[in-house]
Design a protein around this ligand. Sequence first.
Ligand code: ZN
Length: 133
Amino acid sequence: MHEYSMTTMIVDAVLEEARRHDAEKVLEVELVIGEFTFLNPEQVEFWYKVLSERDSILKGSKVRIELRRGYIRCPKCGYEGKLMYRDDTAYHLMVPTLLCPECKGIAEIITGRECTIKRIRLLGRGHESSAKG
Ligand SMILES: [Zn+2]
């Protein structure tokens, strides 16, 4: 239910933004989801659909998800790059150990933990506008 609670927060933020702009409708929401959030984009899409149906402003709006690749850095040897996964089938359940592929030291996450609203397309009073989040 990780995706459910995250999507609830996203929907709340979108609604707040729509109200601030006095919008009649939300047309489209663009999200950026980092690899290390371990969110399943299909699940986020599913919950967005379910949650948006409950609100007249959100009803019928679309969600677009951009996945952002995560990167790690190793303070010991200076490696920068992708995280290695040993078991892809367990990807969503696994808590990753951030082992450096070069020296097996503990690496740090540089990017990939973000889950942000990139853009919201709103329908206001007879005009379309965009909001950055
Ligand atoms: Zn290293």
